[in-house]
Ligand binder design. Structure first.
Ligand SMILES: [Zn+2]
Length: 132
């Protein structure tokens, strides 16, 4: 067992504590790792994997749906291109491309936010409990 200093108030306490006994600042949740989060984000970010891991299921699903919708609009684009695309196809492909790009940008922003908050996991993980 090691002693660590609270990053907020400087109170010395056991590293086993989930939160600072003095000010209640949540320490790193042992069940969640920033490294795992970043790996998931890097490899499977467009599937929302990192957000599922962080306990943000709804936005994870949103990324997954946007990405898959975008992905599946490409083969449909190819099929329509052979037939001569009509206005509906163009609209659908536009929406698909937009969703695809939005999902990618969202994941990129998540990556930047994660890198900026490596020392503040409570800002990334929704399910870290504040104990007071
Ligand atoms: Zn503290």
């Amino acid at each position: 067992m090691a002693m660590i200093y609270c990053r907020d108030c400087g109170y010395k306490h056991s590293d086993r504590a989930r939160a600072c006994p003095k000010c209640g600042r949540a320490e790193f949740d042992a069940d969640k790792s920033i490294a795992v989060y970043l790996i998931l984000l890097w490899l499977f970010g467009v599937f929302g994997a990192h957000r599922f891991y962080a306990g943000k299921t709804k936005s994870g699903l949103a990324i997954l749906i946007m990405f898959l919708f975008g992905l599946f609009s490409f083969p449909i684009l190819a099929a329509f291109a052979g037939m001569g695309a009509d206005a509906v196809a163009v609209l659908f492909i536009g929406l698909g491309l937009g969703a695809f790009c939005a999902a990618c940008i969202w994941v990129f922003v998540d990556f930047i936010v994660a890198l900026c908050n490596i020392k503040h996991p409570e800002k990334i993980f929704a399910n870290i409990k504040k104990v007071k």
